[in-house]
Design a binder for this molecule. Structure first.
Ligand SMILES: [Zn+2]
Length: 439
């Protein structure tokens, strides 16, 4: 929807719903996110770490990331925010509310990218949140709650900033080497944080009124459906297993077909079964075999052993369990028929599903509707800082369309109008929370 069409309803919102009187009369263009300004800022930010393909390689703690962080700090200051860097290197811009006793509403995302990334992943959420602060300042609106805009440290390297903010960053993670060539510990220090005092970055449950993240979808659901806004139901949980299939290695020339215990043939049937189970069950679960290794791995030897990966994702832990159990039952049947054995080992890298707050979903959906935008409830198949924030605050996520569903690529694209739509929904979400719609 063109941004122009959104202006009138937003004026209505300001005039009728805000607790505080507005000092200036509503001027149509002044209360709506500016698609031009958002696009300009995306363009400016994309010069920092630009790669030859037209995207960015602004990995956390690189010179480009440091330049991007300075750019974001400047925008925050221009939007009237008081800027600080916490012990985890998260950039936080704050404006006070009228009631100093109230907890802050927080909004934001990240500006670091994967190597060879695009210009929208994370950036839209940080710039959209700054746009909200900008509009509030421009209109002279004082919220009851403080507002904090955050740009999280090193999202792509494992949600480092939000894990620290929620007190869940393991000490060992600090020693991991990042793409910048610095360890996470060195990187946090280089951007002004203090890795030895990460507890200072911690926000306790209840300390924040709410957290909202605006983000590009990174999938094709909204784009293909012609839908303006995704209301995220949660970030899916991810469980991984190593599956070991044992058969008997033997001579590929002298062993007749009816005397074989071929581990790879069992594996092939299992791969098909995984696909069949995940497809047949009702719901949006996904299951994938992404890696397979056959031993001894010679053209003239019947494979005696296969190790393959199994990944299952869903918004509900019990659905993940249900999919797994159905796959296990199939595995038992295949193992028996093929005279092999199939064993599953669950790996300790799983992330649990992180559902968003139901009230936040309702507020975001209502915000979209009030702007004349279409919306859809949907899970996020990708990880986000919001999943950590669900541990300490009522959390919501707003998706805007990714053209063609392309992401983590220089071809990533979201239109200026869609970015502005997202910022407008974010603004109305913040206003609704401030009015007490979470209470
Ligand atoms: Zn992201």
């Amino acid at each position: 929807m063109p941004v122009d069409k959104l202006r009138f309803p937003l004026i209505v919102c300001f005039c009728t719903s805000l607790a505080l009187p507005l000092s200036a009369p509503a001027e149509p263009g002044a209360v709506t996110a500016s698609a031009d300004r958002l696009q300009q800022r995306i363009t400016d930010l994309s010069k920092l770490g630009a790669n030859p393909e037209g995207g960015v390689s602004r990995v956390a703690f690189s010179a480009a990331d440091v330049a991007g962080r300075e750019y974001i700090k400047k925008l925050m200051q221009d939007a009237g925010l008081v800027v600080r860097v916490d012990a985890a290197g998260n950039i936080i811009g704050r404006r006070n509310g009228s009631d100093p006793k109230l907890p802050a509403i927080m909004a934001g995302s990240h500006i670091d990218s994967v190597p060879g990334g695009g210009n929208y992943d994370g950036d839209v959420g940080v710039l959209g949140a700054i746009e909200v602060a900008h509009l509030l300042r421009e209109r002279g609106v004082v919220l009851r709650h403080p507002l904090e805009i955050v740009s999280f440290t090193d999202e792509e390297g494992g949600l480092i900033g939000s894990l620290a903010m929620t007190g869940r960053l393991e000490a060992a993670a600090l020693e991991v080497m990042s793409h910048s060539g610095k360890t996470i510990r060195e990187g946090i220090r280089a951007v002004g944080g203090d890795p030895d005092r990460l507890e200072r970055a911690r926000r306790k449950p209840g300390e924040l009124k709410a957290f909202v993240e605006l983000h590009i979808e990174q999938g094709a659901v909204l784009d293909e459906g012609g839908i303006d806004i995704g209301v995220v139901e949660g970030i899916v949980g991810i469980h991984w297993w190593d599956v070991t299939i044992d058969g008997v290695a033997n001579h590929a020339g002298t062993t007749p077909m009816n005397r074989r215990r071929d581990a790879l043939v069992s594996a092939a049937e299992l791969v098909l079964a995984v696909n069949r189970v995940a497809t047949a069950l009702p719901g949006r679960q996904v299951a994938t075999v992404g890696r397979i290794r056959a031993d001894p791995g010679a053209p003239n030897v019947i494979p005696g052993k296969v190790v393959l990966s199994l990944e299952v994702r869903d918004l509900a832990s019990d659905k993940i369990q249900q999919v797994y159990e159905a796959i296990q039952a199939e595995a038992e049947r295949i193992a028996k028929a093929r005279q092999t054995s199939i064993a599953f080992t669950e790996l300790q890298v799983a992330s649990d599903p992180a559902p968003t707050d139901e009230r936040m979903r309702r507020i975001i959906a209502a915000a979209a509707t009030s702007l004349g935008l279409t919306h859809k409830l949907m899970p996020s198949g990708a990880g986000h800082d919001a999943q950590d924030m669900t541990h300490i605050a009522p959390t919501g996520m707003i998706f805007v369309p990714s053209v063609g569903g392309v992401s983590h690529s220089p071809k990533e694209h979201t239109s200026p109008e869609d970015m502005a739509n997202g910022a407008n929904v974010l603004l109305r979400t913040v206003l609704a929370i401030d009015r007490g719609e979470l209470d």
